[in-house]
Design a protein around this ligand. Sequence first.
Ligand code: SAM
Length: 171
Amino acid sequence: DVWILRIGHRPERDQRVTTHVGLTGRALGAGGMYLASDDKGVKKSIEDVAGRWGGDFKVENNVSWKKVIRDWKEAGGKVVHLTMYGISVTDAMPEIQECEKVLVVVGAEKVPGDMYGLADYNVSVTTQPHSEISSLAIFMDHLFEGKTLDLDFEGAEIKVIPTECGKRFES
Ligand code: SAM
């Protein structure tokens, strides 16, 4: 069970990035995303996509991030904070893959200092600054060792048929 916790989202400027954090997590096998801000628009756009493309990815809007972390740990889960200052994803992964429940935390502009101490693992995807979308995608791909690149989403209204040229859908 893998969920994402998105912290620091600013509704006036992060809507597209946060939507893509959710869609990336969903595409690569996460069960849902906790959003630690009030943005019903983001929740709606992700759930609209999930409704058409299948599966049961959920978005929980306006959560308290510290409470989510506390509850996750109480339920026996581990918390992975993605940050360029952490230990490398390749070094951290064998231990993380032992965990049954993983909460992946991604930040926006400035991550609160307490986050580093609350995480079970502070993990970097390179030590260069990039993005919450790219770091999440690479983390998920390493976690599942490529196995979630071709997931089937139950109840999908639309499905892409991979093709060499052009666009093929099944609906
Ligand atoms: N400068 C901010 C800080 O130090 O708190 C981070 C800004 S970055 C645009 C937004 C998010 O992308 C970070 O909170 C982190 O989750 C993720 N991120 C960016 N680069 C990363 C890297 N090299 N490894 C892991 N995560 C990264």
